[in-house]
Write a protein that binds this ligand. Sequence first.
Ligand SMILES: O=C(O)c1cccc(C(=O)CC[C@H]2O[C@@H](n3cnc4c(=O)[nH]cnc43)[C@H](O)[C@@H]2O)c1
Length: 242
Amino acid sequence: MHVLVATAVPVERDAVARAFAAAADEGRVLLGSADAAPGAGGRGRPVIDLVAVGVGPARAAATTASALTTAARDGAPYGLVVSTGIAGGFAPHAPVGSLVVADEITAADLGAETPDGFLPVTELGFGTVTHRPPEALVREAAAATGARTGAVLTVSTVTGTAVRAARLRARHPTALAEAMEGFGVAEAAAAHGTPVLELRAVSNPVGPRDRAAWRIGDALAALTEAFGKLTPVLESWHPHDR
Ligand SMILES: O=C(O)c1cccc(C(=O)CC[C@H]2O[C@@H](n3cnc4c(=O)[nH]cnc43)[C@H](O)[C@@H]2O)c1
């Protein structure tokens, strides 16, 4: 299967690449479709492309859509897109250093502010705010990595107060993490009919802005460990295994 792994920035991409390096040396994955033989990517050895798609939902959607379109045009369409990277965790549900797999990828600030609070675009009669990854894949990814499963929220503005963190959790009671790309990646995948997964490593608590509380190195290490465990899941999963 041909898999696109989309991170926001190169340092996250490189953390994932470290996980696949060993599997590539053992011939269990093929990194980079440019090196793939024609027709590679069927069941079995996954052909994996790692792309830093940019920070934020808009840039992530545009870059992901471009990669999906190019692969389809070249006759090697992706069977799965994985949005991954660091994230804020909603304490105590997703502590710093923990892993979260999204059973729901939701845009949390796509809508309108009203005197009665926030209204998502879906309540304004437009579009969508949620994408759901394949249930079997979420189960297998969580079992393989030890990740918690729950909603991962996509925001364009990082939460910086306890009030906003509480409001987000009140609107999304299964939310475990907050990041900035998953919904954009999922929208691009949906436009191509391609399943999506979001796996996040928690680098900081969602809430009052405190950069001293960040543990980006620990989160990147957790990301590398997670993708090392995810390889067998990618080897055995097929887009029709919904
Ligand atoms: O300046 C701050 O206070 C601040 C706090 C948390 C995160 C940021 C970022 O700019 C990170 C953006 C980048 O990392 C992902 N990420 C990591 N933690 C969070 C978070 O708490 N909320 C949203 N996104 C987060 C995100 O996906 C971006 O790629 C700044």
